[in-house]
Design a protein around this ligand. Structure first.
Ligand code: ATP
Ligand code: MG
Length: 568
């Protein structure tokens, strides 16, 4: 490709709504343009990157035995009504009517459509297992589309669904996909972790998220350096903290203190001169319609996904002020665990605490030196706080490390949720009709592009891994008016292309500094600069990732480029 013909409108400035580096750089580098909130044009450079990501995904999925299909994006409501999700998926699903007033949705995911296909066509255990995938558009009317392609309303996903005769076979395929995803993300040049994830309402089975490590990620995970345990913070567990020895001996006399207008933990801490770690806060929740109280250390936050899963409930919310007053007879801001009439749970963070501060149960009062077991009883200690690192690994006890990440893939053992709801059955070896056991496996293709940038960039621009770079090499003649420079550049360009190396030549009649800036911004891994050395057959090579520059004979360039492409 010739830069003079390339549609890559680069920019000096990033748009005002771009908050994170990948969003800024993909706009500035001319990869994407915004059409409306969460909707993007993907320009030639972006399209090339996406096609390369898709190529890796296709190769590895095919290698793993999956088969590619193309399913409709427009989904009839009947299928979603059958699965029971038409009314529960919520506003994220874009619904519309056709000319006959029939209801449709733009597919946010495709369990229904694929289960419908398989139930129509597959009847016997002999036709199983089956793993079908597609790479296509998904639509989700996200509440907060942001970060460019990271959380868009229309995006590209690879979604695969597998069907099995037995639970064991579904599990075998789950691990086959797990290995396949590891290979895919490794080939894409990403630093990632596969973490245990929450299974949400589907429940029962298990799931992993694949996270690209990046400080700007919306995902949170913990992992153990010692034994390799890793989990999303929505799922992570810890060893139950030990009880301090002779805990009772430390107990002091409980004391009521006057704390006028002092409600929030920060205020209580400051007013009483007691650290937040020695204050307990009490929260009232309504879980599937039933009230409960939860006590947690003052500096900790509740991970509601974990609380939901511990309580085995579908809906969880904080009680309103009126509900709190009605249920406890106490004012909000001064809630006390003493004499509570609703079931009282306490987070693990409460276990080691002694002589702590709690609300006084009446307006403007707190209690000092409260102790669970003596002053009030806890129904159950539960592990429901948001992890921030330092908790004890559930496998080996070493302190967990905290990281942020971008969820680029998600694998799920679904079980028979969809096959039972939609009647996807088969006849087994004994002639018995049974529901198929399913799995589903997604990769956010467009999100991978953003995540790759988020992981590797510098002040000058993007640093693509060579496997997904829009071009592997850029040849930069410093002056196209000089015949020796022009001719050698063209010769090198021709040779690299002949060798199957994806090469761009910057044939524009522009200053070298201008060209270098664009090459750095776009992030092409290897730059071949043809300048003063041209008459002697010498060119300069710059490696985008390391910034390393060196001279090489034009005749030896090809070998050198091939070697470098393997490393960057
Ligand atoms: P998130 O928690 O980030 O909303 P999700 O759990 O809703 O993701 P899945 O339903 O598991 O996502 O979809 C599979 C993959 O599709 C995700 O791992 C992610 O890479 C990608 N994806 C999901 N939502 C979006 C979006 N709005 N924009 C771009 N990619 C997305
Ligand atoms: Mg989502």
């Amino acid at each position: 490709m010739r830069f003079s013909r390339l549609f890559a409108p680069t920019k000096k400035e990033s748009p005002a709504d771009a908050e994170i580096p990948s969003h800024k750089l993909l706009i500035r580098g001319g990869f994407i343009r915004k059409v409306a909130s969460g909707l993007y044009d993907i320009l030639p450079l972006g399209t090339k990157v996406i096609l390369k990501i898709e190529k890796v995904v296709r190769e590895e999925m095919n290698r793993a035995g999956a088969q590619e299909v193309i399913l409709p994006i427009m989904h009839p409501s009947e299928l979603w009504l059958e699965s029971g999700r038409w009314n529960v998926y919520g506003k994220e699903m874009i619904k519309f009517k056709d000319r006959h007033e029939r209801d449709y949705a733009l597919g946010p995911t495709a369990e229904e459509v694929i289960t419908d296909l398989v139930r129509r066509e597959v009847k016997s255990y002999k036709e199983l297992p089956l793993n079908l995938y597609q790479i296509g558009r998904k639509f989700r009317d996200e509440i907060r589309p942001r970060f460019g392609l990271m959380r868009a309303r229309e995006f590209i996903m690879k979604d695969a669904y597998s069907f099995h005769a037995t639970d064991e076979d579904a599990e075998r395929e789950y691990w086959n996909m797990y290995e396949t995803y590891c290979r895919i993300f490794k080939r894409l040049g990403l630093e990632f972790k596969a973490v245990l994830a929450d299974t949400g309402e589907i429940g029962g089975s298990f799931s992993h998220e694949f996270m690209v490590l990046a400080d700007t990620g919306e995902g949170k995970l913990v992992y153990c350096k010692e034994c390799g345990y890793s989990a999303s913070t929505e799922k992570a567990s810890q060893l139950r903290p030990a009880l301090p020895e002779s805990r009772e001996k430390e107990f002091k006399e409980i004391e009521e203190v006057y704390t006028p207008g002092v409600k929030r933990i920060e205020e209580v801490s400051e007013f009483l001169g007691i650290p937040k770690e020695n204050i307990a806060k009490l929260l009232i929740y309504i879980a599937d319609g039933k009230p409960l109280a939860l006590l947690i250390r003052g500096d900790r936050e509740v991970e509601e996904t974990k609380l939901k899963s511990v309580l085995k409930v579908k809906e969880l919310r904080l009680a309103t002020q009126e509900e709190i007053e009605e249920l406890t007879g106490q004012p909000k801001g001064f809630l006390s665990p003493l004499g509570l009439k609703v079931p009282l749970y306490a987070d693990y963070s409460l276990i080691p605490m002694v002589n702590f501060v709690v609300g006084g149960g009446k307006k403007d009062y707190h209690l000092k030196n409260a102790n669970w077991g003596r002053d009030f009883q806890v129904k159950e200690f539960v592990d429901v706080s948001e992890f921030t690192g330092g908790e004890a690994c559930p496998e080996c006890g070493a302190p967990l490390e905290f990281k942020r990440g971008i969820e680029v893939g998600h694998i799920f053992k679904l079980g028979t949720k969809y096959s039972e709801a939609m009647g996807a059955t088969f006849v087994d070896e004994e002639g018995v009709e049974r529901p198929m056991v399913m799995g589903c496996y997604g990769i956010g293709i467009t999100r991978v592009m953003a995540a790759a940038v988020e992981q590797r960039y510098d002040e000058n621009g993007i640093i693509w891994p060579s496997e997904i770079a829009p071009f592997e090499v850029i040849v930069i003649p410093t002056n196209v008016k000089k015949e020796e420079i022009r001719a050698l550049s063209e010769e090198i360009y021709g040779k690299l292309k002949e060798e199957g190396i994806d090469t761009l030549i910057d044939d524009r009649n522009a200053r070298p500094g201008f060209k270098f800036k664009d090459a750095d911004l776009i992030g092409i891994p290897i730059q071949v600069i043809v300048g003063k050395g041209a008459p002697g057959g010498i060119v300069e090579v710059k490696v985008r990732r390391s910034g390393e520059r060196f001279e090489v004979r034009a005749s030896e360039l090809l070998g050198k480029v091939k070697e470098l492409l393997k490393e960057v």
